[in-house]
Design a protein around this ligand. Sequence first.
Ligand SMILES: Cc1ncc(COP(=O)(O)O)c(C=O)c1O
Length: 507
Amino acid sequence: MFLELNGIGTKQAQLTRALRAAIVCGRLKPGAQLPPTRELALELGLSRNTVLAVFESLRADGFLVGRVGAGSFVAYPAVPEPTSETVSPLDAQSAYSQRARMLAASRVDTNAPAPTLRYSLQYGVPMTNPALTTGWSHAVAKAAQFADTGYPPVQGLLVLRTQLCNYLARRRGVQARPEQMLIVSGIQQAMTLAARVLVDQGERVCMEEPGYFGARQLLAAHGADLVLGQVDGEGVDLAGLTGPPPKLAYVTPSHQFPSGVVMSLERRHSVLGFARAHSCWLLEDDYDGEFSYEPQRIPTLHALDNQQRVIYVGSFSKMLFPSLRLGFMVVPDALRADFIAAKWLNDFACPAIEQLALANFMADGGFERHLRHASHALQKRRTALIQALKHHLGGKIQIDGANAGMHLTVWFADLDQEELEALIHRARSRGLGLFSIRPHYQKPPRTPGLLLGFASLPPAELEIAVRLLAECLSEIESARRHNPGFARLQSVQRECADTLADQPQRR
Ligand SMILES: Cc1ncc(COP(=O)(O)O)c(C=O)c1O
């Protein structure tokens, strides 16, 4: 089998890259069988353990599938759902459907299968590794033998809730009793339940601007009247809201999505003060709060709250992987019964096997081992990305929001939005996935920017991805130099954007 190892990085990294490239370029077709690990190791002069580790990691990333006793095969790409184009849709059958239809047009679909890109800087893709895949598959196999086959408890298995309470107290300073904890199928469900329990149609809800599109879409479809709380360098500013106070505010203090701002302690107190003064509920989304690169961590809103105004929600989508569809919420005592009722009405409960597997994974230390490993690896990836950006793009960009999480933001002061779209398009044609920050703003930001996720590529590949990005940017700049009307057009577009941005914005 012809595989070129290019001598950069460890043997394991070289073989991973070579196999991934062969699969992505189509030299190895879906369904093709790979040689046995022993044979490939001999052929390439590598140890068998190296080849085994590479196969395992390609399996974890979905490039290969293993069949017991038969070996490893190139995975088939996800097949798009067949569409029934001949059926024309009826008028929307409910107000909810009508709103959801209108929102669908602007949807950023994170669930869509990513096109096969050699280097994707997709944000929101967490770090998996072979140890996690192996540990988790053992945990699920074991749990399947012991899990009860009846309907699970609505609130979630007590063993899991107890494990989570211990974990949250230790790692996030969140003091919660198992009775206050609800296991949900991710933060998306937690937000659905919060909207149902706390918000009637037409009531005001505060969304961060810029803010998480998943929350914005869900609350708008629910019929909430969305008001925008501007995000500045300290986080969202609720005190600056005008008009009647909202009933609920959705906030991401640990790592504001998408800007990456970590909310200051003063602002946290101000947000809590606002909630107290106006009887406003706070929905604290701690989606990637586990991963922080600051020496001193600021307590969560939940930890600072002494009035039980905060509903704290977290997810295993980033700490483990999103296909698990498990998350949790800590609800104030006075709302507990209402949240349990809403969960029961929504889906009775979350699946028992995964809950039990997770509880055992947490109890035997596998979960926190993975978190330690992931934190360490993410630090390295983040450093590599920042270094590569400074090296290849230097004065052309500004980097923000790199103190926590799995993505950072990069602003291009010399481009306009159209040029940024052209950059994204050009990069895509060269196998590089780039993602604009624009869909997370209600009003366009003054400066175009990208969200760069760094969790799914190792440092050497992040360096190559940034080099590609710099090359594409140079091509866009050179196209501009050869188009004399461009500079004038650009300044007119900037003037229009400035006029449109009639509210103070971070960018
Ligand atoms: C801000 C924010 N909240 C929550 C989530 C995840 O939600 P879930 O637990 O439903 O996967 C994401 C996913 O990307 C996110 O970016």
